[in-house]
Write a protein that binds this ligand. Structure first.
Ligand SMILES: C[S@@+](CC[C@H](N)C(=O)[O-])C[C@H]1O[C@@H](n2cnc3c(N)ncnc32)[C@H](O)[C@@H]1O
Length: 231
């Protein structure tokens, strides 16, 4: 199987998935406000082919991998991967020594992640960022989220920020990786790359923004890598 085949299957899947997404149609937002139906459809229609899951690159995000290298060991730390998808970022956190929980809205994604990393010790589970298990409140030294905020409608971002902040333990950190755009820059989404103000607005409920890097990825697109701390 060549990379070209993978790219072709991905492009076809993307076209079909865009056609299903009411957020791609003016006025269609109310049909699926949290995009739950659409995320369910992505995994259900993939037939187990990662090429058909638009964000599944079967490797940790390079900006997470680079950040983890700079951190050294996370031995003994409790880490949470939000919207874990097929689990590669959760696996990178586990590789760095953390005790990892990875969760996703879609049960099919969770099963898939679990089957890909059976020996990792990662607790993969289905959960909704907007309806979290109470025992997760303040339970994680490191909360990581990659590409989930930018996949949510703008109106949900304040709620998502509060949910993320609520997961971080005192003294813990939140790491956010998202595509970046300039203020006022026209975008066609979803996904909706985030502005600096939108990233800064994640600092709620005791979180302080401590580092905000504006970085290229190997593919060239600008990304934010933001670290928040809770006192
Ligand atoms: C754009 S994908 C990114 C997946 C993964 N973080 C990555 O970087 O490959 C967003 C993921 O968040 C999940 N998701 C969307 N809304 C969610 C919610 N309310 N709670 C938990 N997960 C959610 C989706 O099912 C999807 O797997």
């Amino acid at each position: 199987m060549s990379d070209a085949d993978f790219a072709t299957r991905r492009a076809k899947a993307r076209e079909r998935l865009n056609a299903l997404d009411p957020h791609m149609t003016p006025g269609g937002v109310e049909a699926d406000p949290k995009r739950r139906d659409w995320f369910e459809a992505v995994y259900a229609l993939s037939e187990g082919d990662p090429a058909k899951v638009p964000w599944a690159n079967l490797a940790p995000h390079p900006l997470l991998a680079q950040w983890l290298e700079q951190q050294g060991s996370l031995q003994g730390r409790r880490a949470l991967d939000v919207g874990c998808g097929l689990g590669d970022n959760a696996a990178a956190l586990a590789q760095a020594g953390a005790r990892v929980t990875g969760f996703d809205l879609v049960a099919g994604a969770v099963e898939w992640a679990r089957s890909r990393f059976p020996e990792s010790g990662i607790a993969f589970c289905a959960a909704d960022l907007f309806d979290l298990p109470p025992e997760w409140s303040g339970a994680f030294d490191l909360v990581h989220e990659c590409y989930t905020l930018q996949a949510l409608p703008e109106a949900l971002l304040p709620r998502a920020a509060r949910a993320l902040a609520g997961l971080v333990a005192p003294g813990g950190r939140l790491l956010v990786i998202a595509r970046a755009r300039d203020e006022g820059q026209e975008i066609v989404g979803p996904p909706w790359p985030l502005t600096r103000k939108q990233i800064e607005a994640v600092a709620v409920d005791g979180l302080t923004l401590t580092t905000l890097d504006d970085l290229p990825t190997p593919q060239g697109a600008r990304h934010w890598r933001a670290v928040f701390e809770k006192a």
